[in-house]
Unconditional design. Structure first.
Length: 430
């Protein structure tokens, strides 16, 4: 990168790509290819032996994907990134890269419904136990840990509970045991930097704020490069014992000439190679376009969400408001400690009248879209009990912070007067 900066507004426009060396194209080209011509047989051998990094096959790596990954790495101040086909693939890979059958992970209860189901059921079918704990007490992570615990997992700003996670406290507990804290930072790109507070790995659904336009599905895993995997050989066997899937490589040893990228490189050449959850070059290109305006959009999302939360707070039909800026005590301390530049773009509230009130409100909206997504430039609304968290039992729904009269808004970047006007007429219909 010719422009040196620590500011995301600059990094997301310039990191990782200045111009195409062949054509001079300033926009990152879409490399719509499956394969790459090797210089000679020696070059091919070195690539497959990981003696040098380069392009072999698009299922594993692609130049457009590489440009996206470099900008995500720069955004988070990390060492390496792997872009994937979806946020769900990123969450799965982040765990499956460390935990084997018979192992366990410890996760916050405050999760998106799809992640809860992934951890509670799909990982269980693969022999990996997920132990869910309430993050209100960080010590719960310590109490759930045993000799087979490989990772801690949480959402920075949990969707839909919106209680900011105690990153530094849980990261410190993990450090004692040699366990990395993996943070799903989907709802708070730029405004939260988990690596600065001890987080080891960031996970993103690129589909949300990073893309911003609701046109592509993708995910990413960003490695801070700061976790010492080699210091915890018994705790982290996936990276410290010979891997029969790749010539018996011991990953912490194999990557030393390449930098602190053992975690991401194993994920790329083992999991991505074998499972094949590859991001398409075209989607990678679209996410790069989203990154270029992310800093500006996050400012507007946060500004509009705070105004919406203030409006919701004054509504007589609302019995409870969920917004980090309005919380008190320890929750407010966490919000102010970990979120910088705003409290995010999500607002939740409970309506007097139960599920029927929630349905009436959703169906009366005219400008807001009723979709299963967050982070679009446009404003969105949903009733999580009957949609995004519907696969969970009632008990599990309540543990994640969802009840039947809860409505969640993803506040967009439209003019605030228009957003509130639409909410006002919908509230009148309840």
């Amino acid at each position: 990168m010719t422009v040196q900066s620590k500011h995301p507004e600059t990094l997301l426009l310039h990191a990782g790509h200045r111009a195409d060396p062949t054509t001079g194209s300033v926009a990152v080209p879409i490399h719509q290819t499956t394969s790459y011509q090797f210089q000679d047989t020696g070059h091919a051998t070195r690539l497959f032996a990981l003696e040098e990094l380069g392009f072999i096959y698009t299922r594993i790596m692609n130049p457009t994907q590489d440009a996206l990954e470099q900008r995500l790495t720069a955004m988070d101040g990390g060492a390496a990134t792997l872009a994937l086909a979806s946020g769900q693939a990123a969450s799965h890979f982040s765990m499956f890269n460390l935990a084997w059958s018979g192992d366990n992970i410890v996760s916050s209860t405050d999760l998106y419904g799809g992640t809860w189901n992934l951890f509670a059921n799909t990982l269980k079918q693969q022999g990996i136990e997920c132990r869910f704990v309430d993050p209100e007490d960080p010590e719960a992570f310590r109490e759930a840990t045993d000799d087979r615990t490989r990772a801690y997992y949480a959402e920075t700003l949990p969707n839909p509970k919106l209680h900011v996670f105690p990153i530094a406290e849980v990261a410190a507990i993990g450090k004692e045991f040699g366990i990395p804290l993996i943070m799903d930072n989907t709802a708070t790109p730029i405004i939260c930097q988990p690596f600065e507070h001890g987080g080891a790995i960031n996970v993103y659904s690129l589909t949300k704020y990073i893309g911003g336009h609701g046109n592509s599905i993708g995910g990413a895993v960003v490695d801070s490069g700061n976790f010492d995997w080699e210091a915890h050989k018994e705790r982290q066997p996936a990276l410290n014992t010979p891997d029969p899937s790749y010539h018996g490589a011991v990953w912490v040893e194999a990557v030393k000439p390449l930098g602190p990228i053992a975690y991401i490189l194993r994920m790329r050449v083992d999991l991505l190679r074998d499972v094949g959850a590859a991001i398409s070059p075209h989607n990678a290109f679209l996410f790069i376009q989203g990154l270029e305006t992310l800093a500006l959009r996050m400012e507007r999302h946060c500004e509009n969400a705070e105004a919406v939360a203030s409006w919701v707070k004054d509504q007589k039909k609302v019995t409870k408001v969920y917004f980090p800026g309005f919380q008190e005590g320890e929750l407010k301390r966490r919000a102010d400690t970990y979120l910088k530049g705003g409290y995010g773009g999500l607002v939740g509230f409970e309506l007097d009248g139960g599920a029927d009130a929630g349905r009436k409100f959703i169906e009366a909206l005219k400008m807001h879209y009723h979709v299963a997504n967050i982070g679009d430039a446009r404003s969105l609304a949903i009733h999580p009990w009957s949609t995004t968290h519907s696969q969970l039992s009632d008990e599990e729904k309540l543990a994640t912070g969802v009840n039947e009269n809860y409505v969640r808004l993803s506040v967009g970047i439209e003019h605030i007067d228009d957003i509130i006007a639409d909410l006002d007429q919908a509230m009148a219909a309840v």
